[in-house]
Ligand binder design. Sequence first.
Ligand SMILES: Cc1cc2nc3c(=O)[nH]c(=O)nc-3n(C[C@H](O)[C@H](O)[C@H](O)COP(=O)(O)OP(=O)(O)OC[C@H]3O[C@@H](n4cnc5c(N)ncnc54)[C@H](O)[C@@H]3O)c2cc1C
Length: 383
Amino acid sequence: MDRSILDLPFYGPEHRQLSDAIFDWASTAMPHVDHHDTDNACRQLVAALGKAGFLRYAVPAAYGGALAELDSRSLCIARETLAYHDGLADFAFAMQGLGTGAITLSGSEEIKRHVLPKVAAGEWISAFALTEPLAGSDVGAMSCEARLEGDHYVINGEKTWISNGGIADVYCLFARTGEAPGTRGISAFVVYPDMPGFEVAERLDTIAPHPLARLRFTDMKVPVANRLGAPGEGFKVAMRTLDIFRASVAAAALGFARRALDEALNHARQRPMFGHTLADFQLTQAKLGDMATDIEAAALLTARAAWRRDVQKLPTTREAAMAKMTATENAQRVIDAAVQIHGGQGVRIGVMVESLYREIRALRIYEGATEVQKLIVARELLK
Ligand SMILES: Cc1cc2nc3c(=O)[nH]c(=O)nc-3n(C[C@H](O)[C@H](O)[C@H](O)COP(=O)(O)OP(=O)(O)OC[C@H]3O[C@@H](n4cnc5c(N)ncnc54)[C@H](O)[C@@H]3O)c2cc1C
């Protein structure tokens, strides 16, 4: 895996050290899990990542984390490296941060102390529950309702496409509290799967298996103390959480793309053809040139977004959107080219580029589809 981008001034020596440590761990010590048994595979990976200390990058130091504040560049390095080795390992890592981001940003001291150390240690699995069957890109159409009754809220409604749904120990849930219409009437809550009224309505299978579920809440009582942030501020909490993690989706796409390029290079060098190797032909070389350039362009946008947040402490809405859409779209092209270079082997089940081809697809959809990222960039330009 080409890690030369770490020599650029976007990164410090601590990032190179983290990259070395996680690359070494993923190459030699990461458990080989049965991907068909997705729930157990995910549990095993979370436990192993916790034991190895890497989940400490998903929470702040005061609650068992590695650094005083979440560092976007470290999250990106971890995700890129894990995605290069195993998409499910990247997923297991990413969700520990995304699932608790709202707690880190807006949770009470008591909730932070209760949840974050267990998530950092890999003892608990976390989830982020925003999307609904009729409210995906259009978050403001959310209908899951939280009604205030004395010292608790009563929650009714559904969430879908929830990563870690069905196996998570803690969920950050967003529901309509009605202070104002649209996105201004939503609040965030921390909820637990043993709360009466919490139900896993359906498990969802996808082309690249990850634990996913549709959840249903029926008269679920949630103490007011479980609210994250002020009433009506939930959309802001969700967007601030996604802003931190959006660049890391780009990084995961980069990990998949870098692996595809390495697989393509190996195959092209070895495949005998017409008395030469596949790599000797200029049509192949042009593909490889395009693939490498697509990857580096995306890597630079990703590094900029993460660095701007970490070092300049500036909003990264525009930069992270550019990075996410470019990295995921470029990775799809790179992986498709790698499949093509592999010929029939490229579509054979179990061959690395075949699994990358399935893994990359959802990244162009979740945490804001490409079309939504374009609109975000345009909105920032037109402000
Ligand atoms: C594998 C996976 C994991 C996920 N994990 C989670 C999770 O953990 N938590 C969670 O809350 N959600 C999760 N999601 C949900 C994800 O965020 C949504 O799928 C995504 O926001 C899109 O919503 P949707 O599926 O309802 O599609 P829709 O919103 O129906 O979008 C359909 C299409 O319309 C396009 N579109 C949107 N706006 C416009 C527009 N203005 N003009 C033209 N076209 C537009 C979209 O880009 C998309 O191509 C996950 C999804 C997947 C696939």
